[in-house]
Write a protein that binds this ligand. Structure first.
Ligand code: AMP
Length: 216
């Protein structure tokens, strides 16, 4: 099964992907995670990506398209994957189409702006195990200590692009460059709309229904 998760930042795409890949035995491909790993490695690609990411801007298409094309060649993608955060522009979607890959479904998550800001500003990620927490109430658990991961006690960090100025920019970028993909995939009869303001069990139920699989 090959799925695309589309939606504004803070819609919870990563959380839903993680819950679903376990059930389906497929992999989650987050271009954001790949780029953050490249930044950690400190090479030229990471340095270039960081300039854009910290400001809440999109990394140039050619760079991300090449990363994605390399990633989907890996054998672990054989059973299928969820593209979490790709494509984010029309040229990226066109490049994916040209690659000949057949996408089964595009899930579009709808959330209101004020809820996005509330979720993103509260997001904290464990520096070591990468577990996502949120100090604001929402889809993921609130950590007992806002500075420490409940799982392994490691420090929780706030992403640079989850700070107020970058959140504002990311929402603008989403509206201008990513939202046009909704029509792009609607025209191809691939789109399923989900209300991502609901609670997690309800959202997961809707996703499973949209892709035609049974709940646990
Ligand atoms: P995410 O973790 O999906 O929220 O992505 C974090 C940041 O990584 C985005 O704000 C962009 O700067 C960059 N990024 C991730 N995926 C893409 C993409 N498909 N195209 C361009 N930039 C991306």
């Amino acid at each position: 099964m090959k799925l695309i998760f589309l939606g504004p930042p803070g819609a919870g795409k990563g959380t839903y992907s993680q819950a679903l890949v376990e059930q389906l035995g497929i992999v989650q491909i987050s271009t954001g995670d790949i780029l953050r790993s490249a930044i950690k490695e400190g090479g030229a690609l990471g340095k270039k990506a960081k300039e854009y990411m910290d400001k809440g801007m999109l990394v140039p298409d050619d760079l991300v398209i090449n990363l994605l094309k390399d990633r989907i060649k890996h054998p672990d993608c054989g059973k299928g994957f969820i593209l979490d955060g790709f494509p984010r522009t029309i040229p990226q979607a066109e490049a994916l189409e040209k690659s000949g890959l057949k996408i089964d479904k595009v899930i579009n998550f709808n959330v209101k702006d004020d809820l996005i800001v509330y979720r993103l500003s509260g997001r904290r990620v464990c520096e070591v195990c990468k577990t996502a927490w949120n100090i604001n109430k929402g889809c993921v658990p609130i950590p007992k200590d806002p500075k420490k991961c409940d799982k392994d006690g490691s420090p929780l960090i706030q992403r640079e692009d989850d700070k107020p100025e970058a959140i504002k920019k990311r929402l603008e970028v989403y509206r201008e460059q990513t939202a046009p993909l909704i029509d792009f995939y609607k025209k191809r009869n691939l789109l399923a709309d989900i209300n991502a303001s609901n609670d997690l069990p309800k959202i997961m139920q809707e996703i499973r229904k949209a892709i035609g699989i049974k709940s646990f």
